[in-house]
Design a protein around this ligand. Structure first.
Ligand SMILES: Cc1cc2nc3c(=O)[nH]c(=O)nc-3n(C[C@H](O)[C@H](O)[C@H](O)COP(=O)(O)O)c2cc1C
Length: 213
């Protein structure tokens, strides 16, 4: 098909060294996230890959949008009955992954997941444009459906039904908070000697180590 042996890049934009990092990884995340958000090469800094473990032992990854981060964790919204929702219900864990090529940075986060409070999901749901609210109500996310028309017909029905009234948040739609217990920051460096700093939660404290690239 195609040989990609010679396709490689030199990473040289920045560095990640112990004397310059934050003690708290959520603060380090904020620094990097702000860099990514203001970097013209990054079109959706808050797009992240979320991996969950499936019954066959294989992780499955898909993109979702990070909607909030605090000292407690990372919040995203989805359908609780989706494939990811079912996996999370079993393991209560996920791995979040950010890669911002223009900054030569990736972040890998292992976390315990919990549903956020219903009123918070409700608040966010109603802050979204009506089209997105209806889209969430229409779609049985991750289920097999007969065809595209199935969604379009359902959307039309709901558009009429809720023309002048508020769309109720579907019961199976809401947020998760991913509470991290391990966060790795990776900064590309020349000669493949990349910087890898990993924060591991030990009780209430974050232990900081450097990993070989
Ligand atoms: C950039 C991007 C952002 C996305 N954001 C979300 C999101 O915030 N929530 C969501 O449920 N799906 C989002 N999706 C769709 C998911 O990738 C996925 O198709 C969907 O959640 C169903 O996943 P599942 O069947 O593995 O549960 C996004 C997709 C892309 C490419």
């Amino acid at each position: 098909m195609e040989n990609l042996h010679d396709k490689r890049k030199i990473y040289e934009k920045s560095q990640l060294i112990e004397s310059e990092i934050k003690e708290n990884p959520l603060e380090q995340f904020r620094d990097w996230f702000l860099d990514a958000s203001s970097n013209p090469t990054v079109s959706e800094a808050n797009a992240m890959a979320v991996s969950t473990l499936e019954d066959d032992g294989c992780p499955r990854t898909r993109m979702v949008l990070l909607k909030e981060y605090t000292y407690e964790g990372f919040i995203f919204y989805t359908n609780y009955d989706s494939r990811k929702g079912k996996a999370i219900a079993k393991t209560h864990k996920a791995c979040l992954h950010f890669f911002w090529p223009g900054l030569e940075r990736q972040i890998i986060i292992k976390a315990d997941l919990e549903k956020i409070a219903e009123n918070l999901s409700d608040g966010y749901f109603h802050s979204r444009p009506k089209g997105s609210q209806l889209g969430a109500a229409v779609s049985p996310q991750s289920e097999v459906i007969p065809d595209r028309a199935y969604l379009e017909v359902k959307l039309k029905e709901l558009e009429e039904k809720f023309e002048n009234i508020e769309v109720p948040k579907p019961e199976n739609w809401g947020g998760y908070i991913a509470k991290p217990y391990e966060i790795e920051f990776w900064q590309g460096r020349p000669n493949r000697l990349h910087d890898r700093i990993i924060y591991t939660l030990k009780g209430m404290d974050w232990e900081i180590s450097r990993l070989a690239p």
